[in-house]
Design a protein around this ligand. Structure first.
Ligand code: GRF
Length: 191
């Protein structure tokens, strides 16, 4: 049976797009569900385009009920992939999917991670710190923001002329290239 992936995203979902493209014709795995806390998130349109079902939930559903855990269990999800999802993962979900929830972060963790460090803020912090390298991190998710065990990092040199837009672009290219492959490799390790 194909392994089943659920993607959580709060916004545009360009990473989700790459993952859905990657697994569209795979015999080994499929994106079975896209979930969002934001009914206006563009990722929902992207899921529709792939004819992948989606589910929108609110804070109450997520933190005060088992609705999401039950849904993921009912759909026999093997791996939960966060792709631009901004809420902390509650305990019931962590316990239901031990070592089966991963995230991508647009910096070389532990640099520039933690609460409030997302989007342009991350790249701005890199420029302000004068870092000479930057990159992306794919990691397991735990009860804290951006702190689980690192699975993979990809890095690039920061040039003195680099703007925030350039850093963002370089990072996105790496995310789109690596996230689907890392997911594929992880799934191969599951029986
Ligand atoms: C990515 O930069 C990812 O690292 C971070 O959120 C961003 C999501 O972008 N977690 P997109 O919605 O996939 O375009």
């Amino acid at each position: 049976m194909k392994k089943r992936i659920a993607i959580f995203a709060s916004g545009s979902g360009s990473n989700a797009q790459k993952i859905m493209e990657h697994f569209k014709y795979s015999n080994d795995a499929e994106v079975a569900l896209v979930l969002s806390n934001n009914a206006d998130a563009y990722v929902l349109q992207r899921a529709d385009n792939f004819e992948i079902p989606s589910h929108v939930f609110d804070r109450h559903d997520f933190y005060q009920t088992d609705e999401i855990v039950n849904l993921l269990k009912r759909l026999e999800i093997d791996l939960v992939v966060l792709a631009g999802f901004l809420w902390l993962i509650p305990d019931n979900l962590l316990k239901a999917f031990p070592n089966k929830i991963i995230n991508i972060h647009p910096s070389l963790l532990p640099r520039h991670g933690g609460k409030g460090m997302y989007g342009d803020r991350v790249h701005k912090a890199v420029l302000e710190a004068g870092d000479d390298e930057h990159g992306i991190t794919i990691h397991f998710v735990n009860e804290n923001f951006d702190e689980g065990e690192v699975i993979y990092q990809a890095r690039f040199r920061v040039e003195p002329t680099d703007t925030l837009e350039q850093l963002k672009f370089n990072g996105q290219q790496l995310e789109h290239l690596h996230y689907p492959k890392i997911i594929e490799n992880l799934l191969k390790k599951y029986n």
